[in-house]
Write a protein that binds this ligand. Structure first.
Ligand SMILES: Nc1ncnc2c1ncn2[C@@H]1O[C@H](COP(=O)(O)OP(=O)(O)O)[C@@H](O)[C@H]1O
Ligand SMILES: [Mg+2]
Length: 250
């Protein structure tokens, strides 16, 4: 069974596809058999996958060692509920990364219930911050559904990842992080990793990521990958997980 990470937000342009593609590349580099499942009709990750395959072919033709392969599947537009498809695919891969689209709370919820981790990239802009209650509600609704079939279910592993932050805006970044810690610790976890704004991520559209190129910005996604597989702890862990940790320790 594959480990499933979904990258979801109620907003576009926050870095969902960039996160999906870089985590996928890091998984592939570590030898995982990786699938990116593209839920968005805009097809950002689909184009990435197609271009990556072409690039691998070019490298092989030139006698160069190729970058690791990532399988990419685009959601069938006629398929409303993708849970069964992804569950079936999970027998054939080690890691599935779901690149969600922005404007469907229903897709966010459906993919959340089958994911081991849900990551929500979020910048420090007001427009992003004001989405948090809506995002929390989606996760809570997904959890209520899961609890109906499993009374011992303790909660989904949902983490905010501060993304596209400008290093020069240190004061604003710190203010927002403090605000999240004070106002939302009951409801969300916060990743220990911050993804700063850098132009090197833009080149990912060409099929090779900063991970493949060992370029600026690679370390952040490598740390985020470590956090997803439990080798690093998030900065803030929402209360339901604290409770479940206490239970486990008893
Ligand atoms: N950390 C970052 N630094 C600089 N540019 C970024 C960063 N994250 C994303 N981008 C760029 O912003 C645009 C939107 O990002 P994308 O990952 O496609 O967002 P989403 O999938 O949430 O709509 C893309 O052109 C992408 O290259
Ligand atoms: Mg996208």
């Amino acid at each position: 069974m594959a480990f499933i990470i979904s990258i979801s937000s109620t907003k576009g342009g926050v870095g969902k596809s960039t996160t999906a593609e870089n985590l996928a590349a890091e998984g592939a580099r570590r030898g995982y058999k990786v699938l990116i499942y593209d839920m968005d009709r805009q097809g950002t990750s689909t184009k990435f996958g197609v271009r990556r395959n072409e690039l691998i072919e070019e490298m092989l033709n030139e006698g160069k060692p190729p970058i690791p392969e990532i399988t990419q599947i685009t959601r069938n537009p006629g398929e409303e509920d993708v849970r069964r498809t992804i569950n079936t695919l999970s027998n054939s891969f080690d890691l599935i990364i779901i690149d969600n689209k922005a404007d469907s709370d229903a897709d966010f919820q459906r993919t959340a219930v089958i994911s081991d981790i849900i990551l929500t990239p979020l910048s420090v802009s007001h427009k992003d911050i004001e989405q948090i209650p809506r995002i929390v509600k989606i996760i809570q609704t997904a959890e209520e559904t899961l609890k109906l079939s499993d009374p011992d279910f303790v909660g989904l592993d949902h983490r905010l990842v501060m993304s596209r932050l400008k290093k020069v805006s240190k004061k604003r970044n710190n203010e927002v992080i403090s605000f999240l810690k004070e106002g939302y610790s009951e409801y969300v976890s916060l990743s220990s990793v911050i993804i700063y704004e850098t132009t090197s991520y833009v080149e990912t559209e060409e099929g090779a990521t900063v991970i493949d190129k060992k370029a600026k910005g690679a370390a952040s996604f490598q740390m985020l990958f470590d956090e997803c597989i439990g080798k690093r702890k998030p900065t803030m862990i929402r209360n339901c997980f604290k409770e479940s940790e206490v239970e486990a320790a008893q």
